[in-house]
Design a protein around this ligand. Sequence first.
Ligand SMILES: [Mn+2]
Length: 379
Amino acid sequence: MDYAARMQTLRHRLRDSGLPLLLVTHLPNIRYLTGFSGSAAILAVWPDKARFWSDGRYREQARIEVRGARVTIPRGSIDAAAAEAIRSARRVGIESGYLSLQRAEQLLGGLRRARAVGNWIEAQRAVKDPAETAAIRSAVELASGVFGRLMRQLRPGMAETEIAGRLEFALRQAGGEGLAFDSIVAAGPNSALPHAHPGKRRLKPHEPLLLDYGVRLAGYCSDMSRTVCLGKAPPRLREIYAAVLESQLAGIAAVRAGVEVAVVDEACRAVLRRARLAKYFVHSTGHGLGLEIHEPPRIAAAGSPRRPARQKPGGPARRRAAAPAAETPPVCLETGQIVTIEPGVYIPGWGGVRIEDVVRVTPRGAEILTPTPKSLIEL
Ligand SMILES: [Mn+2]
């Protein structure tokens, strides 16, 4: 990972802003800039230096991992040590989307010196460099490899929790460092809940089974959804599946550098509208992914408050959506961004279908990273 180049890009922005320093407290951003993968740290970036603080648990890990910043492991709290180091700065850039009011007051001795910098580092992270692309590709391929093996293990009567257990064991066995998010395994009517948690429901023939899961590799996330059926799919499932697949393919076909995200979202929605299913597509079309499972860009209608299938409440998408659409310039895809395309249809009491791939944006179109086939699987 080219940490020096990332830090340099950030410093250009810092110089342009006129701020003397930026305090980085969001751990995925600290990892992006320094390589540190632990759970407690602060990073301060000046135009000509960077300092990093963590606690005693991470003394050795910080020594091994941190690049491009002077590491300090203070005796007392890391916040107190960082506060002391930035005491003389007249103004301090903070990640206002992540830093709590209480912690900001402690770090800066009040809020007078605090300046919100928005999503500087997130914007940088949206375009993946070659090492990040390789890491995501590996995670996506690992997760896809496990899918076929899981399909061969499915039997009638198996509970959602058991399927999730087998899936997650296989992901770990294949070398996964962890899950990218809580796996979704939803059988029958449960698949109508985009956010279903695996429960006691058992697999029955001729019902949809929706799987949405991701793995982490070298810190980077994968994300895929497939909907399958045990035994022959009933006509309604076939129809809905065909519509969702056509929608997903239309979304992928719309992906290209320079295209507005709203255009990609509309490409998916238009297909479902023709099939009279658009009202059942209740989330956004996709999202970027990387060190976090949901990152910019969000693939949605301009100014739309709809979130992706698993967006946490109060996440970055919501803050963006809060701005009036008229004042927000259109968000366009850029070469090197890696995003999901994941339309779904959810019919209460019946079930749902979602198909999700990870794709890379190029000047000529989408490069599909997910190798798993998308024709309806009847087991
Ligand atoms: Mn997703």
